[in-house]
Design a protein around this ligand. Structure first.
Ligand code: ADP
Ligand code: ZN
Ligand code: ZN
Length: 719
């Protein structure tokens, strides 16, 4: 799309921020035409309503009853050309409405028909050599400005200690300019005291150079770096390099990893040039941060998946940290995987993209093997060795904790260390079971068993939130019900019993709801207050706490039996990541308890051997024709009427089989979660070449016989 707008153009193409994929043509009143550009937010009539839309192009058919653009909302287009293009490509790739991706690319405050109102601050901008030579004091200031390029005037005066006179004389000499820019109040995060870059290890240095040399071109990299190998330090130095080149830097992180610890490492290098975007910010702070980024104040941007659309102009580099993490995939409409779309954005912007992980997704690893991605490796931890890991066969043990587990945990606490304990299952027990007749208690809205919780004592549905008090006796035969399957709340109880002196904290979705935000829990760990942090996979991600000397996995098998082709991969990743938290400050040990001590996910995680796991798992995927050896799409047919859902699913499968060239159609079959929130669910799985999938799916109707048809490209959830 090239922005050519002649003075004669009177028509524009607008996509409203609604579930639509097509652009509508509007007439531009002559008064508005100088202010409209591609990417501008405009107010347009759709039916009898006035809605916000984005201008995506010019011209269109002159019709008799064509409507007019009602207003332009911003002085500058809200969407950068690259972001506009990205939303269009995402819509084509995932077959979901363009208007909804446009909506995603704007902060909540800009999705309605208002323009932002913002105060201004003054910025000092380095303008380059002038024939008039500076004095010594002026030279000093110029040296600092030369590396950062631009900085708020108040920083130069209040923090750097230069007088207004020095600035004025440099402006007069043509060395610098002072510009009015929008300012947005206090930052939604604290600034850390400055910290200089570390001296890179030879491995880091090599990785640094290769990406540095690629700046300016789209080049995809896979950074495989074991836990604690100094990946974050590399991101910081790449960010620095981008700043020096006047380029923007974007780092995408999984939802839960975005802790203050992370932000503080970045502000320690980049101060106010850091911008942060994630969904836990208030709408006001999100708008502010978005505007600071759009205005060019914040050039080093950290964010979760929606930051994919961050308005960073002149992007120099995109890094996706923990690229294997499923939270990059947005499951709700509009579907997208920020990891995959980061590559598309890199292509559009012409910049390198680094996907980084200690446990890369098999998709990315396979691409690196085929030389589609350049591989960067950090094979060693900086300073400290990996923790020793022991696998314990729980078939040979009694109780929840093995002897090795208790011994390791006790030893760590005695030496003043901290411990992480993982069990990836919420609640107190998996479910209630009648030992006589096998009766279980199920959710009335969803076809799954209710989970037993303590504090408050309730049976809960993890899909729809339904809850009710637990039964003591079987509805059927009157026998006493028994709690089966271990949940994290039960582990908490047992830990408190075995270690009465220890300060124990728990981190899972239930604890966070009723107690504090996850970063508060983590801060207490960081400050050394917590002795044992117990949690679900939330605790396995990206944190760096030097005092953790013991990691215990209560039961590794929890997710291995899920009907999902990625179950083994997910288990390996979680185990490797959590074990990788041990011993970062020196000594460390980990214990993995399991009933399947010979399962490859357990064996290779215990040896921290990603490459062997990947080789073995890739062979299995190849044999079964799963990704990365095919592309997959999942079609979910849902509705409240069971028969209609069945008919609808059959009809969709029939349509797909007719056009089935180059792909395999599996199903329809009842989804493993057959009923959720009173909706019946059947699914069809497609495997094949991406092109074939896109071609066939593009023609698919989204409603068949009164039921809903949802396409999920590259699905993560198979339930
Ligand atoms: P990762 O992101 O791979 O888990 P980090 O970047 O958090 O690793 O690094 C782990 C630890 O090693 C941190 O404390 C970090 O400050 C330190 N570190 C990283 N690179 C270096 C280096 N070149 N020299 C000294 N310490 C380093
Ligand atoms: Zn339910
Ligand atoms: Zn019974």
């Amino acid at each position: 799309m090239v922005a050519v707008m002649s003075t004669h153009t009177r028509l524009c193409q607008v996509v409203p921020l609604l579930p639509v994929s097509r652009a509508y043509t509007y007439r531009i009143p002559s008064g508005l035409s100088p202010r409209i550009d591609e990417g501008s937010r405009v107010v347009v009539p759709v039916g009898s309503r006035e809605v916000v839309g984005v201008v995506v192009g010019w011209d269109g058919e002159e019709q008799v009853r064509i409507k007019e653009v009602q207003g332009v909302l911003d002085p500058e287009p809200a969407l950068l050309p690259g972001v506009l293009d990205l939303t269009r490509r995402a819509s084509q790739y995932y077959l979901e409405p363009w208007g909804l991706y446009l909506r995603c690319s704007l902060p909540p405050g800009l999705r309605k028909g208002r323009g932002p109102v913002v105060p201004m601050t003054r910025w000092v901008v380095y303008a380059g050599p002038s024939p008039q030579l500076p004095t010594r004091r002026q030279r000093e200031l110029l040296n600092r400005l030369e590396s950062v390029r631009e900085v708020p005037l108040r920083t130069v005066i209040a923090e750097w200690g230069y007088g207004k006179g020095v600035v004025d004389r440099l402006v007069a000499a043509g060395w610098i300019t002072v510009e009015e820019r929008e300012s947005h109040g206090p930052l939604p995060f604290p600034l850390s005291p400055p910290q200089p870059p570390l001296r890179l290890t030879p491995e880091q240095e090599e990785a640094f150079r290769r990406v540095e040399n690629a700046l300016g071109d789209f080049t995809p990299f896979l950074l495989y770096g074991v836990t604690g190998s100094g990946k974050t330090e590399l991101y910081l130095q790449w960010g620095q390099r981008c700043m020096e080149e006047g380029m923007g830097f974007l780092l995408l992180i999984p939802e839960i990893a975005l802790t203050p610890q992370y932000i503080s490492r970045f502000t320690a290098r980049f101060g106010e040039r850091v911008g942060v975007l994630h969904s836990a910010l208030s709408p006001k702070d999100r708008l502010r941060e978005w505007l600071r980024i759009r205005g060019g104040e914040a050039r080093v941007v950290l964010g979760t998946r929606s930051a994919l659309f961050a308005p960073v102009d002149g992007l120099g580099l995109i890094v996706v940290d923990e690229e294997h993490d499923p939270s990059f995939k947005q499951e709700e409409t509009p579907v997208y995987n920020a990891r995959d779309m980061a590559l598309v954005r890199g292509q559009i912007e012409g910049c390198p993209v680094v996907l980084a992980s200690a446990t890369p997704s098999l998709e990315s690893f396979y691409n690196a093997q085929k030389n589609k991605y350049a591989m960067l490796t950090l094979s060693k931890r900086v300073g400290t060795p990996m923790a020793r890991v022991r696998v314990v066969d729980m078939g040979q043990e009694e109780g929840i904790f093995s002897k090795a587990f208790l011994h390791g945990l006790r030893g760590a606490l005695k030496d003043g260390g901290q411990a992480l304990v993982l069990l990836n299952r919420r609640g107190y027990a998996a479910f209630l079971l009648c030992p006589k007749c096998g009766e279980t208690v199920r959710c009335p809205n969803c076809d799954i068993t209710l989970t037993l919780h303590r504090e408050p004592l309730l049976l809960r549905c993890h899909y729809c939130g339904y809850s009710k008090p637990p039964l003591d006796r079987c509805k059927h035969c009157g026998s006493e019900m028994r709690a089966v399957g271990l949940g994290i709340q039960r582990v908490e109880e047992e830990l408190a019993r075995s270690f009465p002196e220890a300060r124990i904290d728990r981190m899972d979705r239930d604890a966070l709801r009723s107690r504090q935000a996850h970063w508060e829990v983590l801060r207490k760990v960081e400050e050394g207050y917590t002795d044992i942090l117990l949690g679900t996979q939330m605790i396995a991600k990206g944190h760096h706490y030097p005092r953790i000397s013991f990691v215990g996995v209560v039961l590794a098998d929890v997710a291995l039996h899920l009907p999902d082709f990625r179950a083994a991969e997910r288990t390996f990743q979680i185990l490797t990541q959590v074990v990788g938290r041990a011993g970062r400050g020196g000594r460390g040990m980990a214990v993995i308890q399991t009933f399947m001590p010979t399962h490859p996910s357990v064996v290779w995680a215990a040896r921290q051997d990603y490459l062997s796991f990947a080789a073995e798992e890739l062979e299995r995927r190849r044999a079964l024709g799963y990704p990365p050896f095919s592309h997959m799409a999942r079609i979910l047919v849902t509705g409240t009427n069971e028969d209609r859902v069945e008919d609808g699913a059959n009809k969709v499968a029939g349509l797909l089989r007719r056009g089935a060239e180059g792909m395999v159609v599996l199903g329809p079959a009842p989804a493993p979660l057959y009923r959720v929130r009173n909706q019946y669910r059947r699914h069809i799985i497609l495997k094949g070449k991406r092109k074939a999938l896109l071609l066939n799916l593009a023609r698919l109707p989204r409603r068949v016989g009164g039921v809903h048809v949802k396409v999920d490209m590259d699905p993560y959830s198979m339930l």
